[in-house]
Design a protein around this ligand. Structure first.
Ligand code: ARG
Length: 570
């Protein structure tokens, strides 16, 4: 239940007036406060305090109000009945589905073949997954896409590199037989990940090699039998290693793996559409779509569809992907989540989609996220100055988590330590504003105290263990609440509002930070309201155990939305 919305709607109905409801930090004088009388007085030419006193009895008639009073120049403070809060909290973890469920395509992950995932893929994976889970929790039909980089120039470079290493392999010979058995030609996955970086830096120094790679790309795209057979050997190796990362990050598997290669199957259809509308122009042997508008006051280069070798570009595959999505999902929205440095690419793409009448501009949305920086505030690098690979980062955080556990004198199994590490990594990423850069510090994020994933997990483990020790109990119908219990219940009743707001604003930090605040309230309640101690009466114990249960219900949903696993012990 969204308590804020409920109270606000009921008040507005009662007063026949739309006013803003405030939630004061200090609840001494009330849980909510409205300036309705002050706003109404203005239009009626009345004294605000007098009007507040006039409407006070009306407000007191509302069945959830336990007391209401006038304060200051005409504010009305409202305190909600304990019993009302109590009943409402029983379903605090339930989310009323969105009134208008949408079909939403989400494009994140953005992995590449023959290039291991690096730190830049972390946020798109973690945040993309949470946005996906948020949308799903609200009842939208979410369809996730990993637009894998598996068809452009990097593929030509990789094949050229393999040819340089193994010039005698059959794939490069004129008499190549596509029907042959080539199963003995294998590539080590770690080796494979080095091919693209190596070949691309080699190509920068060697024009001939670069040219050759470009020709290979075009030939691969046009079905060259040898290159295709080789490609079909390394593609599954790369996909399998992506799958391992997806599993180790505990993100929901992608619904659709229409990457560049599969999208390129629609090249001819899209080309036709472009030609029909006269949108393809010749430019130095390439074919481009001009997207510049008269009122542009910044550079807006054309979108290259075919390059001068006749290969489709990264830009073009994104148009084909939109064509496919329109034809299949026909989504209300397409949301892309990439590094903010790709903003121009998406602006160009959205213009092409508009020119083709495929999607209106407001159906397409690009979220550009910030970079992870090191202590020096420059993009995070490993100690040897290289771009940090995602697997290395996961290992770094795992080892920091292991150290923390050892320091604390606990003995936890590997699986538990891994889930603590994952929580540390993900929670930290989620708690920062998505669009801003942040400083990434593996040793800090694993602390069991403060705004960290381990602290959140620890709170959940604690609640579970209380319930386990307590055994059976019944949820009482009538209760009198302590201030710490009231504070906690009020926060639990904000869950639904947070989920809606977080999704609507694409602000995953709201979920993480709300979870942290909630855990603090849970732990304050735990310290001030003993539960299993001998001197606690059965009624009070049942009330407090119910608070624990209701808190856990909400916390478990939050953890699930953030893709975190609660360990058995901590
Ligand atoms: N694979 C691309 C890269 O590493 C990002 C893909 C993002 N998604 C998209 N539909 N363009 O830069």
């Amino acid at each position: 239940m969204n308590l804020y919305k409920y109270i606000s709607d009921e008040l507005n109905k009662k007063l026949g007036f739309n006013a803003k409801l405030e939630t004061p930090r200090n609840r001494e004088f009330g849980d909510f406060s409205t300036n309705a009388a002050m706003v109404m007085a203005k239009s009626m030419g009345k004294n605000p305090r007098d009007l507040a006193n006039e409407i006070l009895p009306k407000i007191k008639e509302l069945d959830f109000v336990s007391s209401a009073s006038v304060a200051g120049p005409g504010f009305i403070n409202i305190t909600v009945k304990d019993d009302f809060l109590w009943n409402a909290t029983k379903t605090a973890a339930t989310i009323t589905p969105a009134e208008k469920p949408l079909i939403i395509d989400m494009d994140y992950g953005a992995y590449n073949v023959a290039k291991s995932l690096h730190i830049g893929h972390m946020r798109t994976s973690i945040v993309g997954d949470v946005l996906y889970r948020l949308g799903r929790a609200l009842g939208h039909k979410m369809i996730s896409y990993n637009h894998i980089g598996d068809w452009g120039r990097p593929m030509g470079l990789v094949i050229a590199w393999i040819e340089k290493l193994h010039p005698d392999w059959p794939f490069f010979q004129d008499n190549f037989d596509p029907k042959g058995d080539y199963s003995k030609y294998t590539i080590d996955p770690h080796e494979l990940d080095t091919y693209y970086p190596k070949s691309s830096s080699y190509a920068k120094e060697n024009d001939e090699f670069m040219l050759h790679a470009q020709v290979i790309t075009a030939e691969l795209q046009h079905g060259h039998p040898g290159y295709t057979a080789l490609y079909n050997i390394f593609l599954p190796i790369a996909l399998a290693s992506m799958d391992r990362t997806i599993k180790s990050l505990n993100i929901v598997p992608f619904d659709n793996d229409l990457g560049e290669r599969n999208a390129a199957k629609y090249t001819k259809s899209v080309e036709e559409m472009l030609r029909e509308k006269n949108l393809l122009e010749q430019s130095d042997g390439a074919e481009v779509v001009v997207v510049k508008r008269k009122d542009d006051n910044k550079p807006m280069p054309p979108v290259m569809f075919y390059n001068s070798r006749g290969a489709v570009t990264y830009d073009a595959t994104d148009i084909m992907a939109l064509y496919y999505r329109k034809k299949t999902d026909n989504p209300d929205k397409v949301i892309y989540l990439t590094d903010k440095r790709q903003s121009l690419h998406f602006e160009q793409l959205f213009r092409v989609a508009e020119l083709l009448n495929m999607f209106p501009a407001d159906a397409l949305e690009h979220i550009g996220y910030g970079t992870l920086n090191g202590a020096d505030n420059k993009p995070f690098k490993t100690r040897d100055g290289n771009v940090a690979e995602l697997n290395d980062i996961i290992e770094m955080v795992q080892s920091a988590a292991r150290d923390r556990v050892t320091e604390s004198g606990k003995e936890l199994d590997q699986e538990t330590i891994d889930s603590i590490a994952l929580a540390a990594l993900k929670f930290n990423d989620l708690s920062h504003d998505l669009r801003a850069d942040y400083i990434f510090e593996p040793s800090q994020i694993t602390s069991f105290e403060g705004r960290t994933g381990p602290y959140i997990l620890y709170t959940a483990v604690r609640l579970k263990s209380i319930l386990k020790r307590a055994g059976e109990f019944n949820i009482p119908t009538n209760v009198t609440l302590e201030p710490d219990e009231r504070n906690l219940l009020m926060a639990l009743l904000d869950f639904e509002r947070i989920i809606y707001t977080a999704f609507d604003n694409r602000a995953t930090d709201l979920v993480a930070n709300y979870t942290y605040d909630l855990c603090q309230l849970i732990n304050t309640f735990y310290h001030n309201c003993p539960i299993l101690r001998d001197d606690i009466t059965p009624d009070v114990r049942a009330t407090r155990l119910s608070v624990v249960k209701m808190s856990l219900n909400v916390l478990e949903r939050l953890l699930d939305i953030m893709g975190l696993k609660i360990p058995n012990e901590m």
